[in-house]
Write a protein that binds this ligand. Sequence first.
Ligand SMILES: [Zn+2]
Length: 171
Amino acid sequence: MPDPRPHLGEPLALDLLNTRWIENGPQDLLTDVAGLRVWLASASLADRATADEATLAAVLAARTAVYDVVVHGSQDALNEVLAHGRIRRALTESGPADLVEVPEKPWLPAWLAADNLLDLLRAAPDRIRQCAHPECVLFFYDTSKNGTRRWHSMATCGNRTKAARHYARKV
Ligand SMILES: [Zn+2]
């Protein structure tokens, strides 16, 4: 099954938020294990996780937690997800390494998404944005040079915003 979502390719934490979108009403990829399987494949996690009910529950908890941080600025739920794993530093044959340790396997994708949000917050929290179009709920990480990106996609939301303004002026 191909990924039906309109916007792919954001960092893992925001890609998880983008499992919800609006297209003739609210859509949600993560309503069942089949949708989870699609998401795991898109996120390149299919070989590190199993698409089952336990993993789905953990991933949904992580999605709510990431949303709570990005939209409401609250940390508790994210910390609960992060408590399921840790990074262990070690020296390996290929040199120093940060080893991800998540003892309960169903929590791995959820933990990785929560950990990715920490990376984004460390790098540039102000570049975590929700699309400015009022009928779009997608998120993106603004990697543009001047950091003024407003839409998840210029081709869709950017243009329909401009078109709406154009027609508004004419009336
Ligand atoms: Zn949009």
